[in-house]
Design a binder for this molecule. Sequence first.
Ligand code: OFO
Length: 170
Amino acid sequence: MLDKKIVDLLNSQINKEFYSSFLYLDMSNYYYDENLNGFGNWFSIQTQEEYAHAMLFLQYLQNNGHRPVLETIAKPNIEFKSFKQALEAAYEHELFISKSINDIYAVAYEIKDFRTMQFLDWFVKEQMEEEKNVDELNKRFDLFGGEARGLYMLDSELASRTFTSPSLVL
Ligand code: OFO
């Protein structure tokens, strides 16, 4: 059994991961609608990753004898005014998720919940990867996305991204 504080935080993280999945699906829809199918694909893979993250938190609670509590997932509410804006919003969102995971880690540390700390280690590392990927995408957009040919090439490259299941095994 886990401490109630940790259970509540993990439940809230499930919701944040499902929201991330929803948010990136909205971004994917935006780019498909703008005929940037590579960007649409990149975000649809991101959607699948976030869904997988949510399921890992969910399974961790189940493995520890707790029934996950599913809450309402908020409506993604960003009006995209430029191709770059969604990329910036994605980066901001990843920083928010990193902080959320660090906050859970801090509580686990405080109450000596070594099991949860070990579980979260994978996510701490994963967030480094998530931030890096979106940051790189932003920087590459700045370099190439300003003119039609560069944008076309970048979009074509992003079309090849495929989904790989998370390496974490519970
Ligand atoms: Fe779940 O890693 Fe992004 O948000």
